[in-house]
Design a protein around this ligand. Structure first.
Ligand code: GCV
Length: 721
C-alpha cells in the first residue's frame, strides 16, 4: 500500500472506531435526545428564573424524575439548576406526590386531584410567598414521573410553559409491550436483532439497556412488559429463570413497569411432573396456585400471565375437553389473591374448522361473554385475520359487553416489510381505534370499548407486539422507533391523533425546524397508505410469502392447512377476485352490528379500501372512479410504488436538517423499500394477470422480470421466522 493510501486507511479506521459509536448514540437515544435549544428564547428566559428542583420525597421513582429533569434541562437549556434546592426564597420546580405537598401548595392545586387517577399527573404554575413555582405532582410518585416526561416534552416540542395548568391521566390501565422473545434470545417476528434479555448473564449482570428500556417506556406511559413469547416455553416458570425475571422486575419497578410472563398451559406436565394439565384437575389447580405464590414471593408486584391457548398448536384447556373459560378462570384464581391479571388471547382458528378463518375467534369467544372471572381480560387482535397492512376492525370489539377486551396491535412489522420499510403505524392504529362498532349506537368506537367508557370494567388495556431488539437503534429502522413511541402514546390516550404523535416524535427525535417537520410528517402519515397500495390494495390480504411473510407470494397454495395459503384469501380466478364474506358468501359481515353489517355487506356502500375483504368481484366491476377493478387494482399497485419514490424525494431534502448518520440510514432503507415496492407490484400483477387476462393499464410500468422469476425467489434465512 502507498504511504498516502495507508494513512488514509488508518484515519478511516480511527474515524469508525472513535466517531461512530458517538454518532450511533443519537439513534440509541430515541426520542429522548434533549438537544440543546438554540432558538427558543422564551422557554430559556422563563426557566432561567427557576433556581432549582425541590424533591419532596425520597423514593426511587422520584430520584429518577429529578435526575431526568435535571439532566434534560441542563442539556436543552444549559440551566445550571440546583438538583436539591430549598423551597423557601427561590423560584423552583417542585416534585412530589399529593401527600407530600404542603397545605399551601395543596390549596393551590385545588380540586385538581379529583381530575386524575392513580397514575395521572398535574403540572401547575403557582405562586407561593411571592415566589413562582411549577409543581409536578400526582396521587402517586409514578404520576410525578409521567408529569416530568410530559413537562420535558413540552420543552422538547417548543410548547409554551408559562401559566401551566395541566391534569392528565392514562385512559387505560394496562399499557403493555408483548415481547415474542424466546429463551435462546431469538425473537419470533423480530427484525431488530436479538432479545434484550440476556438470560445467560442474568441475574448477576444488569445490562444498562434494561434501565434505558424502562426509561424509554416510562417516558411514553407504558407500564407493563410481557418478557416472553406467547408461543411459550415452560422453563421460564422454573426457579432458575424466575430469579432472572425478578432481577428485571427490580430494574423496571421504579419506572412504573410491571413484569408479566407467558404461561405455557402444559407447564404442570413439563416442569411440574404432573400427568395432566387439565384445568379442572385439583392437582393442576394447586400446582398453579403454588407457582403463583412462588412468583409473588419473589416479585410482589408481578403483573400476571398472558396466555395463547389452543391456537396454532399451543396446548390449552381444549386438550382436556375443557374450554377457554375453564382455562382462564383457573389461572385467574391462582393469581387473584395477589392482584394478578390473566390476559387470555382470542387469536384462535381451528385446523378442523372449514369455516372462514375471519369468523372463528368471534364464533368461539362471544358465547363466553360474562363468564370470565373479573381479573381476566381477553386480548383481541385489531383485525380478524392477522396484523395485515389493512383489516377492518375485529368484530369481537363491541360484541362482548360483559367482558373486558384489550387491544392487541403489532408494532413489529411482520406483514409490513419488517424493519426495512418505513411505515408509520399510529395511522393504522388510529384507523382501528376510531372505527365505529355501533354496538351501543353511533359513536361506540373501538377506542371506547378498549378504554372502558363503553362497558365499565375494572380492567382496560392495550398491548403492542414489540419491535425492540438489541440493534444499536433498538428497532432496526430509525423510523420504527416512531411506532414504539406512537404505540405508547396511544395506549395512554387511544383518542390521540396520529399526526400529533408524528409531530411530537419528529421534534423530540430530530428537529423543531418547520422546514423539516412539515414535509417529513406528511411523509410519515402517507407511508401507511403507500404500503397498503404496493402490498394489498382494495382489501386484499394475507398474500405474503409463506412462513416468513416477507415479500409477495399470492401463488402459494401447497400448505397443509387451507387458511395458511394466500390463494385462500384472494380467491382470484377467471371470474374475478376477492373473498366473499357477505351474505352470499361466508356471512362474516353478520358478526358486526346491523349498521356496520349493512355497510360492509352491500358492495355499493362497502368502503373501497375493504372491497376485496368482503366481496368477490368481476375483473370488469366498475369502481367509484369509473375504472374497472383490474385497472384500478393495477393502478393502486403503481400508486404505492410512486408514493415510495415520493418518500425518497422528500427524505433527500432533509439532509441539511439532521445528522448524517441517521440521514444516510433512512436513505438506504428507502432505496430498498422502493425496490421491494416494485417487486410487490410486479409479482402480484403478473400473477393476477393470468386470471384477468387483461393488459396493464396505461400508467403502470411493465414488470422487469417474469412471474417464474418472482416465484423462484426463496429466503431461507429471513429473520424472525
Ligand atoms: C407468536 C401469527 C404469527 C405467529 C404468531 C401468531 C400469534 O400467526 O405469524 O408468529 O405467533 O400470529 O399471534 O400468536
Amino acid at each position: 500500500m502507498k504511504p498516502i493510501k495507508k494513512t488514509f486507511f488508518k484515519l478511516s479506521i480511527l474515524f469508525f472506531v472513535f466517531c461512530c459509536p458517538a454518532l450511533a448514540q443519537k439513534d440509541y437515544k430515541l426520542w429522548l435526545q434533549y438537544e440543546k435549544k438554540t432558538n427558543s428564547k422564551t422557554i430559556s428566559d422563563y426557566l432561567s428564573n427557576i433556581k432549582g428542583i425541590v424533591v419532596l420525597e425520597d423514593t426511587e421513582t422520584l430520584k429518577i424524575a429529578k435526575n431526568e429533569l435535571h439532566t434534560a434541562l441542563n442539556d436543552m437549556l444549559g440551566n445550571k439548576m440546583q438538583a436539591g434546592a430549598k423551597l423557601e426564597g427561590n423560584n423552583t420546580i417542585i416534585l412530589g406526590s399529593k401527600l407530600a405537598l404542603s397545605p399551601e401548595i395543596q390549596k393551590e392545586i385545588g380540586s385538581g386531584f379529583d381530575l386524575i387517577n392513580d397514575e395521572g399527573f398535574i403540572i401547575k404554575s403557582i405562586s407561593v410567598s411571592n415566589k413562582n413555582h411549577i409543581v409536578i405532582t400526582g396521587k402517586k410518585d409514578i404520576g410525578v414521573l409521567y408529569g416530568v416526561y410530559h413537562f420535558l416534552r413540552l420543552i422538547q416540542t417548543n410548547k409554551p410553559i408559562q401559566n401551566l395548568n395541566i391534569a392528565d391521566s392514562p385512559k387505560t390501565n394496562i399499557r403493555i409491550l408483548n415481547h415474542w422473545d424466546n429463551l435462546d434470545r431469538t425473537i419470533e417476528r423480530g427484525y431488530a436483532g436479538f432479545s434484550l434479555w440476556n438470560w445467560q448473564k442474568l441475574p448477576g449482570f444488569i445490562d444498562q439497556r434494561y434501565v434505558d428500556y424502562a426509561r424509554a417506556n416510562a417516558s411514553i406511559g407504558i407500564n407493563g412488559t410481557v418478557l416472553t413469547n406467547v408461543n411459550a416455553n415452560a422453563l421460564i416458570l422454573t426457579p432458575q429463570y424466575l430469579e432472572k425475571v425478578e432481577a428485571l422486575a427490580n430494574v423496571f419497578r421504579p419506572y412504573g413497569i410491571k413484569v408479566y410472563l407467558t404461561a405455557r398451559f402444559s407447564a404442570p406436565i413439563e416442569i411440574g411432573g404432573l400427568k395432566t394439565a387439565d384445568p379442572k384437575d385439583p392437582g393442576v389447580v394447586n400446582w398453579w396456585k403454588d407457582k403463583a405464590k412462588e412468583i409473588y414471593k419473589r416479585i410482589p408486584d408481578f403483573g400476571g400471565f398472558l396466555v395463547k391457548a389452543n391456537s396454532e398448536g399451543q396446548p390449552g384447556p381444549q386438550n382436556y375437553g375443557r374450554d377457554h373459560v375453564d382455562g382462564a378462570n383457573m389461572l385467574a384464581d391462582a393469581v387473584a389473591p395477589f392482584g394478578g391479571v390473566i390476559m387470555w388471547r382470542a387469536f384462535v382458528y381451528s385446523e378442523h374448522d372449514a369455516n372462514d378463518r375471519a369468523k372463528q375467534a368471534y364464533a368461539e369467544f362471544v358465547p363466553y361473554d360474562g363468564k370470565f372471572k373479573e381479573n381476566v381480560i381477553v386480548q383481541v387482535k385489531n383485525g380478524a385475520i392477522d396484523f395485515q397492512p389493512r383489516e377492518p376492525f375485529h368484530p369481537m370489539f363491541g360484541a362482548m359487553p360483559k367482558t373486558p377486551l384489550m387491544m392487541e396491535f403489532q408494532i413489529t412489522q411482520e406483514y409490513l416489510g419488517f424493519s426495512t420499510h418505513l411505515v408509520f403505524l399510529p395511522k393504522l392504529f388510529q384507523e382501528v381505534l376510531e372505527a365505529d362498532t355501533y354496538q351501543k349506537g353511533k359513536g361506540t368506537t373501538v377506542a371506547k370499548v378498549v378504554d372502558g367508557s363503553y362497558i365499565k370494567t375494572k380492567l382496560t388495556g392495550i398491548a403492542g407486539v414489540s419491535n425492540i431488539g438489541n440493534d444499536l437503534n433498538w428497532t432496526g429502522h430509525p423510523f420504527a422507533q416512531a411506532n414504539w413511541y406512537g404505540f405508547g402514546r396511544l395506549s395512554w390516550n387511544p383518542n390521540l391523533d396520529s399526526e400529533t404523535i408524528a409531530d411530537e416524535w419528529l421534534r423530540c427525535t430530530f428537529s423543531n425546524d418547520e422546514n423539516f417537520i412539515s414535509p417529513i410528517k406528511k411523509m410519515m402519515i402517507e407511508s401507511r397508505e403507500a404500503v397498503v397500495n404496493y402490498m394489498t390494495p382494495l382489501g386484499l390480504h394475507h398474500i405474503m410469502d409463506t412462513g416468513h411473510h416477507y415479500g409477495p407470494g399470492p401463488w402459494v397454495s401447497n400448505l397443509s392447512r387451507p387458511e395458511w395459503n394466500p390463494v385462500y384469501y384472494h380467491k382470484a380466478d377467471k371470474n374475478g377476485i376477492g373473498f366473499d364474506r357477505s351474505k352470499t358468501g361466508t356471512n362474516a359481515t353478520s358478526q358486526y352490528a346491523p349498521e356496520v353489517e349493512k355497510l360492509f355487506d352491500n358492495v355499493k356502500t362497502c368502503p373501497e379500501k375493504d372491497l376485496l375483504w368482503f366481496h368477490h368481484l368481476d375483473w370488469d366491476y366498475k369502481l367509484k372512479n369509473g375504472q374497472t377493478l383490474w385497472d384500478g387494482l393495477a393502478l393502486k399497485y403503481q400508486e404505492g410504488v410512486d408514493q415510495v419514490k415520493n418518500m425518497q424525494n422528500i427524505w433527500n431534502k432533509a439532509e441539511k436538517y439532521i445528522d448524517n448518520e441517521r440521514f444516510k440510514e433512512v436513505q438506504m432503507l428507502l432505496q430498498i423499500q422502493y425496490k421491494e415496492a416494485k417487486w410487490w407490484r410486479d409479482a402480484c400483477l403478473l400473477y393476477f394477470q393470468q386470471y384477468s387476462g387483461k393488459e396493464l393499464p396505461v400508467g403502470v410500468e411493465k414488470p422487469a422480470q417474469s412471474l417464474d422469476y418472482f416465484k423462484s425467489l426463496k429466503f431461507p434465512f429471513a429473520p424472525g421466522n
